[in-house]
Each structure stands twice: as structure tokens, then as C-alpha cells.
Design a protein around this ligand. Structure first.
Ligand code: 5RP
Length: 307
């Protein structure tokens, strides 16, 4: 019988002795072969070691999410400001032009909706189709503690194995259900399991207490989701704290595409992630850019109404 207390509460994360990064710039990735490293180096900027992924895959379980009702209208203008686009194959093929040069992190699990049990997923993309679509990575949701924990870990294992045959890395996404926690013990458990099952990078949520332990206990890069829409200042602060405590990037959706000035917001997030801007500085930048966009829009609208 495992010692459950010990399992859930590792004590010594050696926070003053960070995981050594030798050779390749990404944590835990030096032993991967060339193709996988090259794909990861397209998602993570080798100079900053970080990434700003734009997540627009929400429709795969919740349909036309606010801000994503028309992906073809709202998302292409944001793509140039991202480092990678996290999206389903259906949305990619129908709404995004193939001339788009950004790496695609392809949503590769699914099979449930907000009307049913979310953890009941399966592998939703054949690796051949991921290759056909030129995916740079595949993403699989894992529901630790959920009713379908076992199957969701199985999905991750299958996708990691399929991707490994072709040098395509896999992002393990720690799904949170209503019954699942979001504290460091839970997130530490979930992220570590993803990494141990072979995920090349892991997406999770930020937590106010001991997030640095979540990062330290996960031997591959951790990126965080933004979560539900917050006031911009708070969302930038969340990003700042996560990066400051060791996150390798942000995979943000609603806090960008639900913002009334999404291009300004994604640029402010970039400043935090790639330039280590404080949230105060990034928020100032956001406000300035938002004002510029407002003026430009006003001029365009006036020209249209008089012309
Ligand atoms: C869906 C996802 C989303 O990509 C993720 O939630 C990121 O978006 P947001 O910043 O809106 O939370 O993984 O399960």
C-alpha cells in the first residue's frame, strides 16, 4: 500500500538547486533526438527559453466559446504575436490559412462535452493526420483524480508513443474538473505523472502557494493556462508570478481573446514572458497599445461613415 501522505506531499524540492540544463536549452530535453528538439525549439524561443502559446481549442468540449464564435475572424490577427497556436484540427483546417507560419500544438484528445463527464476522453487524432497537418506537437488532456483518470493517462501514453515514432513531442495538459483541486499538491501530482508518462512539456494552472514546488517537481518544462477571464492587470500579474517561479511559458486563451484589445493584451503577455517585464510595466504597455488601437479604430470608423 503506498504511503498516500508521502505520495501527495513530497517535501524536499531543492529549490536552491535548480534542475541542471545541459546542452539543449530546455529542461529535461537534452536526451531527445534532433527532430523532437527542433520542434520544441520552434515552440519555445531558444533565446528566452520561453513561449507564449495562444490557446483556442476550447470548442472541442464547450462549443462556440465567447471570443471564439468565429475563429476565422478573431484569431488570425492574433497569430503573428504568438509563438505557437494550440488548436483542433477541425478549426485549423477551416479557419486558419495554411500560409500561417507558427507552430501548431494540435489538440489530440477529446470525446466529451460540457454536458457530460469531461474526463471521458479518447485519442482524437491519428498521428498520421497530425503529420499531414504539419503539427509541431500534440496535446492530450489528463484527468488525475477524475472518474476516467486511467483512460486519460492511457491516451497520453498512446500519443507519446505515436509521436515518438516521428519526433513529434507531446504536451500533457492537466485537466481540472469541479471535483479536482488546484493546489500545489494536486498540480504537483498531476504534472509529475504527465512527465513520468513521457510528456515532453506539461500544461497546468498557476497556484498562489508553492507553485515553485510544482515546477521543481516536474522534470520537463511547465507552461500555465490563463483560466477564466480576469481583469487585465490581474492576468498579467498571474503570468508574471508564474514566470518568476519557473514556468517556461504561458498557454493563454480567454484572457487574450476575450479581452476588448486582444492584440494589446498578447503583446503585454509577451513582454512579461520574454522580457521579464513586471506586471506594472506590462499593464502600462497594454493600456498604451489599447489606446492606440482605440484611436485607430475611431479614425477608421469616421472615415467609413463619411466616405
Ligand atoms: C482546454 C485547454 C485550453 O487550451 C486552456 O484552458 C487554455 O486556455 P485558457 O487560458 O482560456 O484557460 O486546455 O482544456
Amino acid at each position: 500500500m503506498p504511503d498516500m501522505d508521502e505520495v501527495h506531499s513530497g517535501k524536499n524540492f531543492y529549490l536552491d538547486n535548480p534542475h541542471a540544463i545541459t546542452g539543449f536549452f530546455l529542461k529535461g530535453s537534452n536526451s531527445l533526438e534532433w527532430g523532437t528538439k527542433n520542434r520544441l525549439a520552434r515552440i519555445f524561443n531558444p533565446k528566452s527559453g520561453k513561449t507564449v502559446m495562444l490557446a483556442v481549442d476550447h470548442g472541442y468540449f464547450q462549443g462556440p466559446t465567447t471570443g471564439l464564435e468565429r475563429i476565422d475572424v478573431t484569431i488570425p490577427p492574433l497569430v503573428p504575436y504568438s509563438d505557437a497556436l494550440m488548436i483542433t484540427r477541425g478549426a485549423l483546417r477551416t479557419c486558419i490559412a495554411p500560409e500561417m507560419a507558427k507552430p501548431v500544438v494540435l489538440r489530440s484528445s477529446g470525446g466529451s462535452s460540457i454536458l457530460k463527464e469531461l474526463s471521458n476522453e479518447l485519442v482524437a487524432v491519428d498521428v498520421e493526420d497530425a503529420i499531414r497537418i504539419n503539427a509541431t506537437a500534440m496535446a492530450v488532456q489528463v484527468y488525475i483524480g477524475g472518474p476516467h483518470e486511467h483512460e486519460s493517462i492511457g491516451n497520453l501514453i498512446k500519443v507519446v508513443d505515436a509521436g515518438n515514432r516521428f519526433g513529434i513531442p507531446t504536451l500533457g495538459v492537466t485537466g481540472v474538473g469541479q471535483e479536482l483541486g488546484r493546489d500545489a499538491k494536486y498540480l504537483g501530482l498531476a504534472t509529475r505523472i504527465c512527465a513520468e508518462m513521457g510528456a515532453h512539456f506539461v500544461k497546468t494552472y498557476f497556484c498562489q502557494t508553492n507553485f515553485d514546488q510544482v515546477v521543481a517537481g516536474c522534470p520537463v518544462p511547465v507552461v500555465i493556462a490563463g483560466g477564466k477571464k480576469l481583469p487585465e492587470r490581474e492576468a498579467l500579474d498571474l503570468a508574471y508570478q508564474a514566470i518568476d517561479q519557473g514556468a517556461a511559458g504561458i498557454d493563454m486563451g480567454r484572457n487574450i481573446f476575450q479581452c476588448d484589445a486582444p492584440i494589446a493584451m498578447i503583446q503585454a503577455v509577451r513582454a512579461v514572458v520574454h522580457e521579464k517585464a513586471t506586471s506594472d510595466k506590462a499593464f502600462d504597455q497594454f493600456q498604451e497599445l489599447r489606446e492606440e488601437f482605440r484611436k485607430t479604430r475611431e479614425v477608421a470608423e469616421t472615415a467609413q461613415s463619411t466616405g
